[in-house]
Design a binder for this molecule. Structure first.
Ligand code: FE2
Length: 378
């Protein structure tokens, strides 16, 4: 049964259900009031600034009224109804994990042993069936990686993949870029050499958050695609030695790229990025575009290099890597803030032609939320 208790000063209320209790501050409640004067009924945007709300806001009365909390604020003498379900789903009065490097429950980390559970879908099924699309996008969001098969084998077919959920992010490499052997390459990705597992473009700020790699030709020996969950690497690094994890999270590296005409890209970011509350939110790892590190104290540089080396070893560890050979018409997408990609070397016999492009996770997650909401209605 829902109950509410008003604290004497009116600074907070306590909402109790049969199993839980949650405290809510008066100023938090007033700021989040759902009434039409506070929130636009049209688009849900807040119509007030905090400066419009009195500093001495407190609650003078709080009662349960038909699955709603009816709260009266002073000195405005304003009464607002809060749906109890909304309050409980937005409760903040609980003990949360404080261990640095905690990972959202929305994500599942993986390694080579989990290959079979990684998402793969048929392009035409995703195009024509919102349920299939929702499952595939949900897998991509959860694992930071997904394959898509049986697409068109034609120049620019990768745009159709991004059209499933969002928008291309154009860069100095163009709306898309070619990945195949070139004479006098500007960038090592465009040769036949093996590439160490990496995230793309850490020299950008913000970094592109999704990458699509789409196969158009695949008759060369080798050239297998390899992906590694960078969050699993970070977790393993932390388990082996917390000091390694802490130092890569605690200091910024430098990344830069000036290889082709007309760009001078630089970013100062950590290889392991945590939110202020310790949540693991990104990894950046790219030996080719790492610049001289200048922001690690002298007496910690040795430890930093130990940690950096070990992170690279773990990213190369076969037990962490999922590898596969793409056929023409296949592609994969990685969350470039999380999943590293690599390529085994390939020979000059035959051809390997991929096209790649960037997109961003915000549109992916937005499309997924809308599909989820729709599926709940249906
Ligand atoms: Fe890459």
């Amino acid at each position: 049964m829902l109950q509410v208790l008003l604290e004497e000063s009116g600074n907070y209320i306590t909402v109790s259900t049969d199993s839980d209790r949650y405290r809510f501050h008066a100023i938090w409640l007033r700021d989040n009031a759902p009434d039409a004067e506070t929130r636009s009924a049209h688009n849900g945007q807040r119509l007030l600034t905090l400066n419009d709300i009195p500093r001495d806001t407190h609650v003078s009365e709080a009662v349960v009224h038909e699955e709603q909390l009816r709260v009266t604020f002073q000195p405005e003498n304003k009464t607002v109804d809060f749906p109890a379900s909304w309050l409980i789903s937005h409760a903040y009065d609980s003990i949360k994990s404080v261990k640095p490097g905690w990972i959202s429950a929305d994500l599942t980390i993986w390694n080579a042993a989990d290959t079979a559970q990684l998402p793969a879908a048929d392009f035409n099924a995703c195009l024509s069936n919102p349920v299939q699309l929702r499952q595939w996008l949900a897998g991509l969001a959860r694992y930071g990686f997904a394959r898509l098969k049986n697409g068109q084998v034609e120049d620019g077919a990768l745009y159709g993949v991004v059209d499933l959920f969002g928008y291309i992010r154009e860069t100095n490499y163009g709306r898309h870029f070619e990945v195949r052997t070139e004479v006098n390459p500007d960038n090592l990705a465009f040769t036949g050499l093996a590439l160490q597992a990496h995230t793309d473009n850490p020299y950008r700020d913000p970094v592109p958050t999704l990458q699509v790699l789409y196969c158009l030709e695949s008759s060369a020996q080798g050239g297998d695609s390899i992906v590694v969950d960078g969050f699993a690497v970070a977790r393993r690094l932390q388990n082996e030695n917390p000091a390694w994890f802490d130092i890569l999270a605690g200091y910024c590296a430098n990344f830069e790229y000036t290889g082709s005409g007309g760009v001078s890209l630089k970013a100062r970011k950590p290889m392991i990025e945590l939110a202020p509350d310790g949540e693991l939110i990104a990894v950046r790892f790219n030996n080719r575009s790492a610049a001289a590190f200048t922001d690690i104290p002298f007496d910690k540089m040795g430890l930093y290099y130990e940690a950096y080396r070990r992170m690279g070893e773990l990213a190369e560890d076969n037990s962490m890597a999922v590898s596969f050979k793409m056929q023409p018409g296949e592609c994969f997408i990685v969350d470039n803030t999380r999943v590293l990609h690599a390529r085994s070397g390939y020979s000059g016999a035959g051809t390997r032609w991929l096209q790649g492009c960037y997109a961003d996770k915000d549109s992916l997650l937005s499309t997924l939320r809308l599909l989820n909401e729709h599926s709940e209605v249906v």
